[in-house]
Ligand binder design. Sequence first.
Ligand code: MN3
Length: 197
Amino acid sequence: MFNLPNLPYDYDALGKYISKDIMFLHHSKHHQTYVDKLNAAVDSAPELKALSLEELITGLDTIPVPVQTAVRNHGGGHYNHSLFWQWMSPEGGGEPRGELAAKIIAEYGSFQSFVDEFTTKSLAVFGSGWVWLQPDMQIISTANQDTPIMQGLEAPLLGLDVWEHAYYLDYKNKRDDYVAAWWNVVNWDFVASRLDK
Ligand code: MN3
């Protein structure tokens, strides 16, 4: 059985950048639904019960066909959102330090150039998806709830949910305003901790 992880802060902690209403719906409804539907998929294919979340979503071609799409969408959704909450913090924002900052600057020339590139890729996602910073400093996007480790890539250092459910209540159709606000809550300490792994 997979469970909804607690948010590491209160629903209203991200203040003016991402409202309590969005955080409540996104966590307690959207993420809960991914967890529930992943559990239902695993329930219907008992040979999957011994597998971890990572094992499920990195071995999709071995998942029984009737539940493959459910594991992909809801397993990916559970994996992505479990990280997404940790990638934000009321103490977030600013710029990374140390090795992470050095790697970003080595690849992009400056932190601002990295932000600009990541933002451009976020706005270029057509429909629903995610944008990621990978350990090799490349910025990639995936559709729906797909996630880099599903594609044989390394686990992302940082990811941004650009589904409309992540911002529509606050920002309506203005994804650019959402992305601009999100940089103010990015938890760079957590991002850096993933580089150390
Ligand atoms: Mn989402």
